[in-house]
Design a protein around this ligand. Structure first.
Ligand code: NDP
Length: 290
């Protein structure tokens, strides 16, 4: 149904949002608008920069407008919990919400689709992950969401390595015993050496975002043909971390697939429709060229 039909005959076009601070440089609205056009769905998506002390007011306003759903980005992923009615397991375990959906009973549910989007990308590349050990750098919103999905899909082991080790320890406390996956932390003192073939290594810190030369403090040993090195950073897509990994023979996975997949999952949550992932990926690639 197109927008004109929705305006004249109803139901009214659905409203969606992204809230964060800052939001300049966030291409989600463009990706969603392209998907709506392609789906012939009368959705309107707005990107809003919210002052941290206005978060409650902003969410109450959005609810009063009966928004159908939206995205939450930094610094609000951990802060929206008091203002929502229910949570998925992914949101609860990661302690982060990136996707909010209006339910049939008028309540709002918080979900986390970041980790699911990552896992989908990884599984498309690697297949079965049950025998894999994963070293995950970071313990912020993205890393937490990824750690949760790796545990829920029961990889063999997740080793969390974060600059501030206490944050990794807190995440381990939440995830230990949830499934049979072993979860632990390792110290990050000096250069972290990746030397075991067969590992999945995930760069989920913010290092390298908007800076193609910057890399976390890691080194790869030679001859790691069975290592899968993944980066959550999506701009640039070919990060210094991924380049280093390729030099020793590792397979690489960039952050663009995760970004597209979490958007696809969000749209499915909101509309029940399955958007075309390629349309959304093309929109992002166009946005990143600006
Ligand atoms: P957070 O601010 O929640 O976490 C940042 C993480 O980066 C922390 O673990 C922090 O460590 C670490 N970090 C920051 N600076 C350094 C440094 N100099 N050396 C080592 N570690 C460092 O951010 P998010 O988790 O929300 O985002 C992380 C990245 O993921 C961003 O680039 C974001 O764009 C990307 N992202 C990608 C998505 C996708 O779909 N591809 C989705 C969501 C995010 P510490 O705890 O010590 O501060």
């Amino acid at each position: 149904m197109d927008t004109l039909h929705a305006l004249m005959k109803g139901p009214l076009p659905s409203l969606f949002f992204c809230i964060g601070n800052p939001v300049v440089g966030n291409p989600t609205q463009y990706m969603m608008e392209e998907a709506f056009l392609d789906m012939n769905f009368p959705g309107q998506y707005i990107t809003c920069e919210v002052e941290p002390n206005q978060l409650q007011t902003a969410l109450e306003g959005l609810k009063a407008l009966k928004v159908a759903g939206g995205n939450v980005t930094a610094p609000f992923k951990q802060l929206v919990f008091p203002y929502l009615d229910s949570f998925t397991e992914s949101a609860r375990l990661s302690n982060a919400v990136n996707c909010i959906t209006l339910q049939a009973d008028g309540t709002y549910q918080g979900d986390n689709t970041d980790g699911k989007g990552f896992l989908q990308s990884l599984q498309e590349q690697v297949g079965n992950l049950s025998e894999r050990r994963v070293v995950l750098f970071g313990a912020g919103g993205a890393a937490s969401a990824i750690a949760v999905e790796l545990v829920l899909c029961e990889v063999q082991e997740v080793i969390l390595v974060n600059r501030t080790r206490e944050k990794a320890e807190a995440l381990v406390q939440r995830l230990r015993g949830v499934t049979k996956t072993t979860v632990s932390t390792q110290a990050w003192e000096g250069t972290y050496q990746i030397e075991e073939d067969g590992l999945v290594v995930v760069q989920a810190t913010s290092v390298g975002l908007f800076d193609e030369k910057r890399c976390i403090d890691v080194a790869f040993s030679q001859g790691l043909q069975d290592v899968i090195a993944c980066d959550v950073v999506f701009n640039p897509t070919d990060t210094a971390f991924l380049k280093r990994a390729r030099e020793v023979g590792a397979t690489t996975l960039d952050g663009l697939g995760m970004l597209v997949n979490q958007g696809v999952l969000g749209l499915q949550n909101w509309t029940g429709m399955v958007p075309d992932a390629l349309v959304m990926k093309t929109a992002l690639e166009k946005a990143f060229k600006l």
